[in-house]
Design a protein around this ligand. Structure first.
Ligand code: NOJ
Ligand code: CA
Length: 692
């Protein structure tokens, strides 16, 4: 990797903007492109303030910063600047697996050291980084005399908007991100209306706040997306909505049990507060800001995990055909059933099989108050011979994906972590899907608080020790730690496909993923589990998937994850020519280019597979049919490509005729430009194989 690293450390001149209102100097750091400025000043009261400009226009108005503590006075006023440092970095680094192999990390940085003018003279440092695709800043509590730890009850970082922007948001739930996105003006955000959704096993929305990433469009077209990077040993951040001042303020997820938000010994740094900034919506998806604001790979060689497509004993439970629970009389995870999925995977270029409901405990899963000690992560049900299944799979070149549903009882899970992961190691299993359904035990903790952030990280670190990669459901949000821990391969953390199987609100609307691509996906890989072919769900009278079949295919390219499920039942794929796309599509990418898109309307993404150099294109639309124009100039000009185009049939419609599709085979080159019609709720998927 080191050969790609070329760090340029130069000191550059700070811009001193003189003549401002309060006659104090303002400091600024500018992006390498010179488009983005982050300004900083300490006002007359000694409060720290920042603002952000894009091409000279204010996009974050003067916003203040500060902390409230349980064990000491607030840190907010009476600060003075004692030192300023700057530096610049321009380096390339290599991702183990990702949307692209080589990532450029190019920024200018300004580090402000602050100290209280009066006793106790506490110190706080703020790091500001200006990138071409946005900004990040974080607080550092340096080692100092008289303060050895802090107990934070509030971080008060303000994001003062410059208008009543259009926002794509989910409520600031402390327990789950599985909400539908809303599209409203900032002043119309009403998170409290999302309380009490009966299909959520856990939910806690204490006030009118949003979760991140939250994406906005300013009236004149600029896009902003607010999030955080490197969430380590700290509480997750929601953003409280202050409609009157058109402003958001960080609201950390708390703990009713402990009565504070964060407890840390000094020195430590907070996560980065980030704003991705782009003129085109499509550039938000190409931004690498979040991974760039994380530490380099700590694990070294992780080639024991291979990006993969997988099938599994899963969708059949969600559509009511089988169950996790042995006593149900329709137990899904039997040796025999697992072998069927293994055969199907082996015959179809799919190298993973997930088996849920294999271990004891499921009869006490949902709705049980006392979930501690229920699940056992090493003991299979009697009708599941785990060793035989693993052997059968490995003979066929397939690897089993382990499943651990913790049912929101992390203490039980931590007690068994080592034995459970040692079992996986002995069986040669290199990935696990974890789950955290239900309110967290102990009571008073929430999924996104510091206590759980620490737990999720412990799982990732323990996984690394045993060469196990983690795909967490009901996770903490993705904040780019996959750079540091590449075994944090994927996660849920959104309303996934499963809601289409049982949510009584009609499931995910056709626009869902054309919002997700510009919001949740900016955080990192998503285990969405695409690929439903039986769109109308024969076994579920009142549910269906609200897209066309071609849209389902497109998701293998649009949604990034180094593991992608083909979630439907094998029998729904067998004999269907469209399944060829799922067989062919890559999961490990050399590069990605976002060809077009508008938040909530449509998006078209092209990804080039590592090693084969084949390209795949996916395009999806919302409930509106539309024509998508594709310029194939991203293809290698010296090559011809055998293209298979999977498109909506002329009469396709997500509701009335979702499985109507057409396949066209042709040769495409970089000189071609073509338009395609996407049906309402429709999509387009293209495989482009290099012609030898
Ligand atoms: C919720 C997960 O999202 C889902 O995929 C899984 O099947 C259930 N929990 C059971 O663990
Ligand atoms: Ca879930």
């Amino acid at each position: 990797m080191s050969k790609f690293i070329n760090i340029v450390l130069v000191t550059f001149l700070l811009i001193w903007i003189v003549g401002c209102k309060n006659s104090r100097n303002k400091l600024a750091v500018t992006s390498p492109s010179k488009n983005i400025d982050v300004g900083f000043f300490v006002n007359d009261e000694g409060s720290a303030n920042y603002f952000v400009k894009y091409r000279g226009a204010l996009i974050i108005d003067t916003s203040d910063m500060g902390f409230d503590f349980l064990n000491q006075a607030p840190l907010k006023k009476g600060l003075k600047i004692i030192d300023i440092k700057t530096n610049s970095v321009d380096e390339d680094w290599e991702m183990q697996w990702g949307e692209q192999r080589i990532v450029n990390n190019h920024y200018n940085e300004m580090i402000i050291k602050l100290e209280e003018s009066m006793a106790p003279n506490r110190k706080l440092n703020i790091y500001f980084r200006a990138y071409n695709d946005g900004i990040g800043f974080r607080y550092e509590f340096p080692e100092q005399e008289g303060v050895d730890s802090v107990i934070i009850v509030d971080e008060n970082t303000q994001f003062k908007l410059t208008g009543n922007h259009t926002c794509w948001w989910i409520p600031g739930d402390w327990d789950i991100y599985e909400h539908l996105y809303h599209t409203t003006k900032f002043s119309e955000i009403d998170a409290l209306a999302a309380r009490n959704q009966q299909w959520l096993a856990q939910s806690h929305i204490p006030e009118n706040a949003v979760n991140t990433p939250v994406t906005m469009r300013i009236e004149y077209g600029l896009h902003l997306s607010f999030h955080e990077a490197n969430l380590t040993d700290y509480a997750g951040m929601t953003l409280k909505v202050d409609k009157e001042n058109l402003s958001m303020i960080s609201e950390l997820v708390g703990s009713d049990r402990l009565g504070y938000k964060v407890k840390r010994a000094l020195p430590f740094s907070t996560p980065w507060r980030t704003i991705q900034i782009s003129e085109e919506a499509s550039d938000l998806i190409e931004s690498n800001l979040i991974v760039n604001l994380n530490e380099p790979n700590k694990l070294g060689d992780v080639s024991w995990f291979k990006p993969k497509k997988y099938v599994g004993i899963w969708w059949e439970m969600h559509i009511g055909i089988s169950s996790w629970d042995l006593k149900s009389g329709r137990h899904g995870a039997t040796t025999e059933n697992a072998k069927k999925y293994i055969d199907f995977a082996a015959n179809n270029n799919i190298s993973g099989v997930l088996v849920e409901g294999w271990n004891t405990g499921w009869e006490h899963w949902i709705g049980f108050e006392d979930r501690e000690g229920i699940f056992d992560f090493v003991t299979p049900y009697p009708d599941y011979d785990i060793a035989a299944v693993v052997d059968y799979a490995s003979e066929k070149g397939v690897e089993i994906i382990m499943h651990h549903e913790t049912s929101g009882a992390p203490i039980t899970y931590e007690q068994q972590l080592d034995t459970a992961y040692a079992l996986m190691k002995s069986l040669g299993i290199h990935s696990v899907k974890t789950g955290y359904v239900g309110p967290i035990i102990p009571k008073g903790e929430y999924h996104h608080g510091q206590w759980m952030v620490v737990h999720y990280r412990k799982v990732v670190e323990t996984g690394a020790k045993y060469k196990v990669a983690i795909n967490a459901h009901e996770p903490i949000k993705a904040t780019g730690i996959r750079r540091t821990y590449p075994n944090a391969i994927s996660r849920e953390g959104l309303r996934g496909q499963e809601f289409n199987a049982w949510a009584s609100d009609g499931g995910n609307p056709p626009e869902h993923l054309s919002i997700v691509a510009f919001t949740r996906m900016l955080a990192g890989p998503i285990d969405f589990t695409p690929g439903v072919f039986d769109i109308k769900l024969k076994t579920k009278e009142n549910n269906q998937v609200n897209t066309t079949l071609a849209h389902q295919l497109a998701l293998y390219v649009v949604i990034y994850s180094p593991i992608q499920m083909a979630c439907d039942l094998p029998k729904n794929y067998e004999g269907n020519p469209a399944f060829q796309f799922i067989r062919d599509v890559g999961v490990d990418w050399e590069q990605t280019t976002v060809l077009n898109g508008e938040v909530g309307d449509f998006v078209t993404i092209a990804r080039q597979e590592k090693e084969t150099e084949n390209w795949f294109v996916g395009s999806i639309t919302d409930e509106n049919e539309r024509e998508i124009h594709i310029n194939f100039d991203f293809l290698d000009p010296g090559k011809e490509y055998k293209a298979i185009i999977y498109k909506d049939g002329a009469d396709a419609h997500w509701k009335d005729n979702p499985i109507s599709y057409e396949i066209e085979k042709t040769i495409l080159t970089s000189k071609i430009e073509r338009s395609f019609l996407l049906a309402a709720g429709g999509g387009l998927a293209i495989s482009l194989e290099v012609k030898k």
